[in-house]
Design a protein around this ligand. Sequence first.
Ligand SMILES: Cc1ncc(COP(=O)(O)O)c(C=O)c1O
Length: 497
Amino acid sequence: MARAAVPVLSSLGPVALDRAGAEPLHRQLYRALRQAVLDGRLRPGERLPPSRALAADWGLSRNTVVTAYDTLLAEGYVTGRVGAGTFVAASLPDAVPGSIPARDEVRRGVGLSVRGRVLAEAPAIARDRVGRPFALGTPDLGVFPFALWAQLLGRSWRQGGRPLATEPDPLGHAPLRAEIAAYLRAVRAVRCEPEQVVIVSGAQQGLALLAQLLLDPGDEAWVEEPGWPGNRAALLGAGARLVPVPVDGEGIDVAAGMAQGAGARLALVTPSHQFPLGVTMSLARRLRLLDWAAARDAWIVEDDYDSEFRYAGPPLAALQGLDGAGRVIYVGSFSKVMFPALRLGYVVVPPDLVEPVRAARRHFDGGTSVVPQAALHRFLADGHFASHLRAMRSLYAAKRTAILESIADAFAGFATAEAGEAGMHVLLRLPPDCPDHMLAERAARIGLTTPALSSYHRDADGTTGNGLLLGFAAHDPAMLDRAVRDLARLVAELPKG
Ligand SMILES: Cc1ncc(COP(=O)(O)O)c(C=O)c1O
């Protein structure tokens, strides 16, 4: 098709692509085109130029344009017909004009603070598409005892009576705090008294709360590279300057952290099961990190988000239990062991921080809703939690074995899985000629949710990792096997070179 027949470039207006910037060009192009769709410069039904033509006009590689188009296609902004071209969708996906302001509008000015803008711009944690294989962090809800849970909620309310309806302790329901302290002491070797346990509305709230309390704007904080976007967003929201510290087979590289950000006030780490690589931090690294924190009076925040599911190796104590200097704050979550929408988690703080945290909770939100806490207390105290955990551990161990077998078979000689010793996902390492973001986008189009490893790197350019994350807990082995084979077929169909 002749380029002159394609009017889209003039209707788009000027588009600034920052070729030297950290954001990959395909992301910038995707955002520019998406914005043009959202604000009506590209109209429903309008044809986008062929990828080759756009690439030539804007001096981009064809892959860059194809990847941007694939993303728009996967998200429903455009439709594609083989041989016919790419068209702006007649009906747009949810949550566009008129509802949530697009990012560029936010930037242009709804009066946000600098930190508000940083938060609005931070990469979103995709909580959509959870019903699809291989969505991350989703437990098998088919086996959760919801009927029992409903009974416990009702009973807690009836038996708790008026005290549950009056002013709550911002630190949480005392019987639940005591139960969690006993559990953490016994199972994770965490050193704590019930008074040090703070109930939060999910680990994410705990991380944001700690960042607000412990960091001043501009303070440096180490984050794992690659790492969980939610961790970064929590720190960014407090105005922190992130120091991305590489992770290797032993966990965060403390020497690299000291070289890059010796003056950091805080390090946020996932020692039991690094997200997303799945490695367990070695004892040598743990001790080194603790020494660094003790010497610098820095904080270590230990995000222990899914360590309950450990399948190999000896039982692993928490980093917090090794800390003789009171520098480690432990964060845990019920999202994986119970269900994500429960929004209950906990933070274990050193005694000196208890009252500042109480004050902060009072000012921020007054505490977490009490009735679910009371029901969760009964769930733990009556032994249901321990038996559910045991059952999930063996169920997920079987699913993990099954998905590893499927991968070994479907990807034989081409790609390998790294499973670590714990958790609910495996990492499929891909060869360099198979870009993970391209595969993830194509997978999305056939109903698979497989985040690209490169998307967890701060610069998202994939230079330090190329792979896909495959959550395995939510689906049965037969479905996982089908999905693994569909993925392998997509790999075979990827354009080479
Ligand atoms: C590494 C990591 N940290 C923290 C969280 C937040 O957990 P929560 O659902 O309790 O807020 C998640 C959620 O998936 C996670 O993967």
